[in-house]
Unconditional design. Structure first.
Length: 338
């Protein structure tokens, strides 16, 4: 089928869930200018994607899809500090490796998170006690509502736990580049028991940033399924935040429930809630719950986007029934449940 727009043609949409998805109109944007031109051409309905590691896709997308695919890194050094600007299409883990290789600290805990640099601020990626927002100096965007390029400070991005201004208004902003604030020395964040244990195992007592990243990589490889083998989108649910009264009541009826005080309430571990509902290792048709980490739903090879959503809904229902807690999905769903 011929596309309605000159920059677009039908094509497969990459995604780590391993579901087959074809866009009727796909544009692989090899530059900022190309992305802006494509969005202007396709209008409001167009969807911007990076590497598809945090989306649940249908078999066919009839809205125009623009992939942010251009690369580029620029490092500006000022004494013991640096600003690293990454093009939206850079691979996130590549950015982490580059910064550490140049001797800059700050991104080590965020090693091996899949996806593009442009998508990193969308859900404010985070892992092992660090969130991207702590390192963001500026996000340059194409503001589709105002039809112009803008530079937003970290504060203007409205970052929260797996949340941002961009996530709240997905049709408005296309991220063009991301500027990160790095330093030669930063206090290490080693409070996660897994990372601490891994460093001890390696006999490292005073870790350098690269060694922390290596420990993070080893822990992640052990715990998380490789999307090339088992299609997945990482955590399928966010950790829920409940009010202190509810956390206390749950603590009485559910001994041993992990609780972490955070701004705005008490965070619970979604993986533990799902595990207590007996989901670890269970399978429905072509999809299932990963046996080592029940926050992750995996594809056994034949699963579709709607299959993932249907299983996710079953998991949510059982957690709601047992704990009275609503789990919120982390990936963006682009299709209705099956
Ligand atoms: C195995 C695995 C482990 C993971 N671990 C973590 C983790 O530890 N922590 C974590 O936070 N996340 C994790 N994730 C989720 C994922 O890596 C991140 O959300 C990542 O930032 C998504 O990047 P992407 O390029 O694949 O985005 P996509 O999936 O392509 O898009 C995700 C969302 O961002 C939007 N978007 C993408 N690019 C742009 C752009 N340039 N401008 C505007 N909007 C855009 C899309 O419209 C969509 O809504 C994991 C995923 C997998 C598969």
């Amino acid at each position: 089928m011929a596309s309605a727009f000159p920059c677009f043609s039908p094509g497969p949409v990459p995604n780590t869930l391993g579901v087959s998805c074809t866009a009727d109109q796909l544009c692989v944007a090899g530059s900022e200018g190309r992305l802006i031109e494509a969005l202007r051409e396709a209008g409001e309905g167009a969807l911007v994607l990076g590497q598809g590691s945090n989306v649940v896709l249908p078999e066919r997308l009839d809205q125009p899809v623009v992939l942010a695919a251009w690369r580029g890194l620029r490092l500006r050094v000022s004494g013991d500090d640096a600003l690293l600007t990454c093009a939206a299409g850079e691979n996130w883990h590549g950015v982490v490796r580059y910064s550490l290789g140049q001797g800059w600290a700050g991104l080590e805990n965020l090693a091996l998170i899949p996806g593009s640099a442009g998508a990193a601020p969308i859900q404010n990626i985070g892992a092992y006690g660090v969130e991207l927002s702590e390192r963001v100096a500026e996000v340059r965007v194409f503001d589709r509502a105002e039809n112009r390029v803008r530079a937003l400070t970290a504060e203007a991005c409205g970052f929260g736990y797996r949340d941002s201004l961009f996530k709240a208004d997905p049709a408005r902003y296309a991220v063009l580049s991301l500027t990160l604030r790095l330093a030669r020395r930063l206090p290490m964040r080693l409070d996660y028991p897994d990372i601490d244990l891994e460093l001890r195992r390696q006999g490292v007592t005073q870790p350098r940033p690269r060694q922390v990243a290596e420990a993070v990589i080893r822990v992640r490889r052990r715990k998380l399924p490789d999307p090339r083998q088992w299609g997945n989108a990482g955590s399928f649910f966010k950790n829920p935040i409940v009010d202190p009264g509810q956390a206390e009541r749950l603590g009485r009826t559910e001994p041993g429930l992990a609780t972490y005080p955070v701004a705005g309430g008490v965070k619970l571990a979604a993986a533990q809630l799902i595990d207590r509902c007996g989901w670890k290792g269970r399978r429905r048709d072509g999809v299932g719950v990963w046996h080592r980490q029940p926050l992750v739903l995996i594809n056994f090879g034949t699963g579709s986007g709607p299959d993932f959503l249907a299983l996710g809904e079953e998991v949510r229902r059982s957690v709601r029934e047992r704990f009275g807690v609503d789990l919120e999905m982390e990936p963006s769903a682009m299709c209705p449940p099956g």
